[in-house]
Write a protein that binds this ligand. Structure first.
Ligand code: SAM
Length: 361
């Protein structure tokens, strides 16, 4: 009985983006189940379950509850309005989540896996090289360090495949049928990551092209710049691929929309479907000052992607690699409930500080 009411409450909280009071939850339960529901039973279930480690009922303020996650003692959880950020390894966190509890995934993972490993981050923070390289300055401007993917060898590529295949399986389990997975990538590894995601059970649904001047490539041969002034080693990169996948549908698109609220993309307007080429600017200086993360994505782009990912504008969105929190901030600005996971405590703290400020821009 206690477990049954808890499950009904979790379902109601999950379907509502905003926190609900005990009275509102009781009324919704009554509507759903028929018969009368005693608010004191609901209140005691909420109080009991929201205090438990690992619960997905979060007490946001006195008498107000929402769907989210309460961590174990050794795992920091930050909640603000309908947004949650957890300081954890995403594979570890995903394995503890209930199946079919996430409606969309929008994320920007470590493309080459290695660049956000602890040793590489220590090198980046102390300016001591590793895979992060300072590109030559351009037009007198000093460029920010970038991870180099041209140096990945065969075994690095096998590691990338294995990591994304394991991730794919876990994401598929927590996603509802028809959920969109929109994942940033890089032209040098996009084929590996896409194959791994497909092997894990996701259906390819094309790619988005973000048109952006990234400052990658276009450099002359190192040490021979004057001699080969008309040569660049690689084309100057002017686009960024975003992989689009979908968890297989439960019936037709229409049936899936009714049952799960997923199965398509939100249109920009009645006349304009969401398109697969997005003109975008690099992240603004102002945003980088708010959230100084080396891979911060711009709010404009993230808000477009987050809105498009949920066809009916409702459900829980996940960013398993939340970094400085740009996806979570975009979700808040778009009125969507989201959960971000960040393994690095330094970036977790940074995101917690930055999300409210980015969301207000
Ligand atoms: C490319 S960055 C994301 C940047 C983010 N989109 C933003 O705008 O700030 C990838 C992030 O994933 C984190 N990360 C790497 N591996 C992880 C894992 N296994 N679980 C959770 N976070 C991880 C890194 O620490 C890094 O902050």
């Amino acid at each position: 009985m206690a477990e049954a009411i808890k499950e009904d409450i979790v379902k109601i909280l999950r379907e509502n983006e905003n926190p609900l009071s005990v009275k509102e939850i009781s009324l919704l339960l009554q509507k759903e189940k028929g018969g009368s529901v005693c608010p004191s039973t609901v209140r005691s279930s909420l109080l009991h379950n929201s205090a438990k480690d690992g619960s997905c009922i979060v007490r946001v303020s006195r008498g107000q509850y929402c769907y989210g996650f309460v961590g174990r003692d050794d795992r920091d959880v930050w909640t603000w309005r309908s947004q949650t950020v957890v300081n954890d390894d995403c594979l570890h966190w995903l394995r503890e989540q209930p199946p079919s509890s996430i409606h969309a995934i929008v994320t920007d993972p470590p493309y080459g896996v290695v660049e956000y490993r602890e040793d590489q981050q220590a090198k980046l923070r102390s300016g001591r090289g590793g895979v992060w390289r300072q590109p030559p300055s351009f037009d007198g401007h000093r460029r920010s360090p970038l991870p180099r993917f041209t140096t990945l060898n065969g075994s690095d590529k096998e590691d990338i495949f294995a990591f994304f295949e394991a991730l794919s399986v876990e994401l598929l389990r927590v996603a509802v049928p028809g959920a969109n997975l929109i994942m940033a990538s890089n032209p040098l590894v996009v084929h590996i990551v896409s194959s791994a995601l497909e092997k894990g059970g996701w259906e390819p649904r094309g790619q988005l092209i973000r048109l952006v001047q990234t400052m990658r490539g276009g450099d002359r041969p190192k040490g021979h710049e004057a001699e080969y002034s008309m040569v660049s080693v690689m084309p100057r990169s002017q686009w960024e691929p975003w992989i689009v996948m979908r968890k297989p549908l439960d019936g037709t698109v229409a049936r899936n929309l009714v049952k799960w609220g997923t199965g398509g993309f939100r249109r920009i307007s009645e006349d304009s479907p969401f398109g697969d080429v997005i003109k975008s600017s690099p992240t603004s200086r102002k945003e980088k000052q708010i959230a100084p993360h080396p891979s911060l994505k711009p709010q404009k782009l993230m808000r477009d992607l987050v809105s498009a990912s949920l066809p009916l504008g409702r459900g829980v969105l996940l960013d398993p690699f939340c970094g400085g929190g740009s996806t979570v901030a975009a979700a808040e600005a778009s009125g969507i409930t989201s959960i971000g996971i960040e393994r690095d405590k330094y970036y977790f703290d940074l995101a917690a500080d930055a999300i409210p400020k980015l969301a207000r821009l």
